[in-house]
Design a protein around this ligand. Structure first.
Ligand code: DGL
Length: 268
């Protein structure tokens, strides 16, 4: 397991109190747009640069060495924009590659699992809550969430790899028969869940369908919302009216498709 404590320790930026105006956001595909949406809703930053490695999505079925190598390539691409902060809006990369990225740049790098873990603490869930973590195969196999939650004292943690959700979301399918079939396939043995950790940034796009399935009382932990909360508490942020935030999109394949998904998803 990665050292979560090391990764959630006070940032380089807070120490220097630098104002964060420009951020670069990285995901394997369109999932990180769910994090961008939360940042825009929180009026965060003056300039957001988004990069989706759409030529190589999904990352979640690839091994750790491959994910580290892709992440370092993305890092050197994003460094070229000289951002004040790099946000890894991908749980799979956050589970495997954050220390490697941090070692290879002077720019602070933060991942969604670190912020998500903090947010779980602030939800004040009883330690006996039935928590279900869903994520990609690599995220679930890394056990970063399971061990992190257990070390926080949670006793009833289940984890499920639901990687099929990623191509469905990439295809723009958020509800309907295919989603219901995928839910029935993955969740048939799952009962009485108090909290659902959406351990993949693609999954908030399925939030309406997941809410129908798990019911209104289930607490959802969403990487975008938790990242916005974490940034607010730990960084000195330049706030900006949503309509004035400059947004640039980059993709390793088919940037037009990424832009189309962004205009649909961010307008919701
Ligand atoms: N959105 C990513 C995550 O949060 C990964 C999806 C994938 O590429 O498999 O894990």
């Amino acid at each position: 397991m990665q050292d979560l404590k090391a990764n959630i320790s006070p940032s380089k930026i807070k120490e220097s109190n630098k104002l964060i105006k420009k951020v670069a956001i990285f995901d394997s595909g369109i999932g990180g747009l769910s994090v961008v949406k939360s940042l825009l809703d929180a009026n965060m930053f003056e300039h957001i640069i988004y990069y989706g490695d759409t030529a190589r999505v999904p990352y979640g079925s690839k091994d750790k060495t491959t994910i580290i190598s892709f992440s370092l390539e993305a890092l050197s691409f994003l460094e070229g924009f000289e951002p004040d902060l790099i946000i890894v809006a991908c749980n799979t990369v956050s589970a495997c590659a954050i220390p490697f990225m941090q070692e290879n740049t002077k720019i602070p790098v933060i991942g969604v699992i670190q912020s998500g873990m903090k947010a779980i603490v602030s939800k004040h869930l009883p330690k006996t809550s039935n928590i279900l973590v869903i994520g990609t195969q690599t995220t679930i196999n890394s056990k970063v969430y399971q061990e992190g939650l257990q070390s926080l004292g949670f006793k009833n943690v289940q984890a499920l790899e639901t990687g099929l959700f990623v191509p469905l979301v990439e295809a723009g399918i958020y509800e309907g028969e295919l989603i219901k079939a995928a839910f029935n396939h993955y969740f048939k043995d799952i009962k009485d869940i108090d909290a659902l950790v959406l351990g993949c940034t693609h999954f908030p796009m399925l939030a309406t369908s997941l809410r129908e399935y798990f019911g209104k009382d289930c607490v959802f932990i969403h990487s975008g919302e938790t990242m916005a909360t974490y940034l607010n508490e730990h960084y000195n942020i330049a706030f900006c009216k949503r309509e004035n935030i400059k947004l640039n999109y980059h993709a390793s394949s088919n940037v037009a498709k990424l832009q189309e998904s962004a205009s649909k998803w961010l307008a919701l």
